[in-house]
Design a protein around this ligand. Structure first.
Ligand code: ATP
Ligand code: MG
Length: 203
């Protein structure tokens, strides 16, 4: 592996992956001059119940990113038994590639939750947090929260990005209501959701 690689980490439930995730990863890739971005679907989430099975979430990520040579699917969390913790993922990645610099990409909602995650201090040690605004948060409150985390040892970068008004929750709702989703997800993902009858009933 190359030394000193700059690797973005785009973790998520991806239930389903959507254009917001792709725009976020692409913006981080461009603005931070990353070498690549790893898409890491969560395995069993201890925070979210009733999530679609991991194989289907993985398949949608695979379909969504296959056009992008610098986006890579990582099964590091999906393969782990039991709960997945971000700090463990970062520890494993650091062992695999000790010279890489990791950038943990996330939306503002995660910035407000990260203190509740297991061993968040370890996450701050092993990565730079990369934060994008999200529609329900104001820039000032994001910066205030960021400053608080910096006091606790985090290193945070902010992406210059427009708000992207998409969430997986909205998409699941639209599918259930038989509304079109083609403007929110790549076409391959929309087709897969239709073929597999995903989200017909609330998952
Ligand atoms: P759900 O509605 O099921 O929670 P989600 O759209 O929030 O899904 P996740 O898989 O939970 O998607 O999110 C993974 C990461 O992507 C999180 O850090 C989240 O903040 C970020 N993210 C998702 N959608 C957006 C968006 N529209 N703008 C900015 N960040 C986003
Ligand atoms: Mg979410």
């Amino acid at each position: 592996m190359k030394t000193g690689e700059k690797i973005g980490i785009m973790g998520g439930t991806f239930n389903p992956i959507h254009n917001g995730h792709l725009i976020l990863a692409q913006t981080a890739y461009d603005q931070l001059h990353l070498d690549k971005v790893l898409f890491i679907p969560s395995g069993n989430s201890y925070m979210k119940r009733n999530v679609l099975n991991v194989c289907q979430r993985i398949e949608m990520v695979r379909l969504a990113i296959r056009q992008y040579p610098y986006f890579e699917l990582s099964l590091i969390e999906a393969q782990r038994l039991g709960n997945t913790y971000t700090y463990e993922t970062l520890e494993e990645l650091t062992i695999l590639n000790p010279n890489a610099k990791y950038y943990f990409i996330m939306g503002a909602d995660s910035l407000f939750q990260i203190e509740q995650w297991r061993y968040s201090q370890r996450i701050y040690q092993l990565s730079t947090l990369v934060c994008a605004i999200r529609q329900e948060y104001h820039l000032e409150s994001i910066k205030r929260q960021g400053a608080l985390l910096v006091q606790k040892g985090a290193d945070i970068l902010y992406l210059d990005i427009q708000k992207i008004e998409i969430s997986s929750t909205d998409i699941r709702k639209k599918v259930k209501e038989k509304l079109p989703i083609s403007e929110y997800v790549p076409i391959e993902v929309a087709n897969y959701i239709r073929q597999e009858h995903l989200y017909d009933e609330e998952n």
